[in-house]
Every structure is written in C-alpha cells, then in structure tokens.
Design a protein around this ligand. Sequence first.
Ligand code: NCD
Ligand code: ZN
Length: 341
Amino acid sequence: MHSLTIIRPDDWHLHLRDGAVLARTVPDTASQFGRAMIMPNLTPPIVDTRMAVAYKARLDAQKSSLIPLMTLYLTDHTSALEIQRAFDSGIVKAVKLYPAGATTNSAAGVTNIEHIYPAIEKLAELGMPLLVHGEVTDSHVDIFDREKGFIDQHLAPLLHRFPNLKCVFEHITTDDAAQFVAGASDLVAATVTPQHLLYNRNDLLVGGVKPHLYCLPVLKRNTHQQALQTAVSNDSKKFFLGTDSAPHAQGAKESACGCAGCYSSPAAIELYAQAFESFDALDKLEAFASLNGPDFYGLARNSDTITLTRRSWQIPSSLSFGDEVIIPLGAGETLNWKMEA
Ligand code: NCD
Ligand code: ZN
C-alpha cells in the first residue's frame, strides 16, 4: 500500500495550554484534526462555563480551522447547576475528573468522588460524558499500579452506582483498563495515545532516562503495550484516538524534576500510522481515528478526508514554543507515513 485516504480524524484528548504558545499548538493540531476535546487543566483551571467560553474565544482568536470542544474541570465544589449551565452553553461537551494530585495542574481536582455525586447524577441525566484520569493518588500505591487501583476502588463502583453515566476512560495504559472497558456497557469507552501504542517502560528507562517519553499515566511493561495494540485492532467501537498531547518546554522536561507530558500534535496521525502498521492493523486506523470518537459522542463524522503517503521523513528535532523550545514526541526519528498538506 502506498497511500491511505481516511475521513479526517479528531483528537478526543488534547492539551493546548494558553497564551503565546497557542500560536504553536493550535495550528499544529489544526493541520491534521477537525475537532479536539480541549483539556481544562490550565492555571487556574477551567472550572465553570464562563471560563470555558473565554478560553474558547482565545482558541478561536488563532483563526485556525480547528473546532475546539470545551471541557470543565471538576472540583469538590462543582454543582449540578454548573453542569446544567455547561450543557446549556452548547460549547462544553464533557467534564474532566482529575483525582487531586494525579497529574499536571490537578491540585484543585476532586479529593473524594462522593463529593461530586450530585454533579455526576446531573451528567448521567443529561447524557453528558464524564472524562476520567484514572489513577489513584495514594502515596503507598506503586506508580505502575495506579490505573488498576483506580478501576477497582473508584471506576467500577462509580459505574455501578450510575449505570446511565457516559464515561471515557482517558489515555488507558494497561491490559486491566482495556479489558475493563471492553467488558463495560456501550456507554463506556477509552482513548489511547500514540506513545502508549509505540513505546513501553523499557523505551523510557533502559540505557538512560528519556524525559521526552515521560508522561502520565507512565508507560507500562510491554505486555500492557501489546494489550492496547490488540484493543485498537479488534473492531471494537469503544477505543478511539486521543493523543493526550501535553506540551512542556524543553527546560521543564529536561530537569531534575521533569514535567509529565509528550508533545505529539505535529506528527500525531503519522505516529499512529507508524504504530498501526507495526502491528499490522493499518486497515483499522480510520475507525480508531475518525469514526469511533464522533459515533460515541453522538456527533457527525467529519465530511472531508486526509491522505497519508508512504514516504520516509524525519520528525523535527525541536520546534519553537513561545519564547522557548519544545522537543516533539519522536524528535529526530524517521516515520514511514506522511500526511499530505
Ligand atoms: C498532562 C499535562 O501535562 O497537562 N500530562 C501528561 O503527562 N499526560 C496531564 C495529564 O493528562 O495527565
Ligand atoms: Zn491529558
């Protein structure tokens, strides 16, 4: 196969940040994707509809073709009324649950899910999706076991209590999560990142630590990587594209206390194509990237297409990022597929 034309993909989990770097992140995303689900973990976080409307205006001011779908950041104080307001705005498409302390800018997140039962009940009533960062935060739980712990302690009981809740388990990293989602109702789906399909914790740690492969949830052992590859190749409509592209400047990554997050937007669809080809599933890429997401969210599929051509090219070794520099995921590596402009 020399070329692959698919319906234009969407990115169902994306961090664009704010301010000057939007001139980098928004066009990079718009060059590939039609829509993107915009994560709300700014400083300060996007906790209400008014803030989401203002943030969307800053994204729209970039004058790109990207359609940003906004989210709210749940706190212990998010009310059912605020959920209703978000839904009525028409621009907020989902709300994000960060367990407090789980990841970048999650300090204001939820300390106890019971605190937000009224908000969750309202989400279930409205059919508005809850997006979950699924890791427990207890200091005694090993970082490699935090996703499984979240399923057992929080997610399974939550979905049992709210069987009508629409829920996306974001950036899944384990066999446990893939199996949990596959076995749950059709209201439960998952996003999968390019890094969790392409790499495992050996890539992160063997031969020297690679700060640009450090993200949360952290890369797991190769058996989990293989389980994710199987999940996205299985013709299940529950698994779809969410890059979790999460840019941090070079200096913040290459540091004694490096930030978590991989910047994949500039070559996202090519990274996924590379991954899907490696496990012989290129014919499943379109459903994963362009069909399953909008179908889950009840939105129309994009009406245009993109074409990937088989030709070698190198991901740039660095890119400008406001006044700083950023190292993209796969910097300097050769990919087999290039999206035609
Ligand atoms: C994200 C970020 O930097 O905002 N980091 C990451 O490693 N994925 C936060 C998140 O999605 O966990
Ligand atoms: Zn994220």
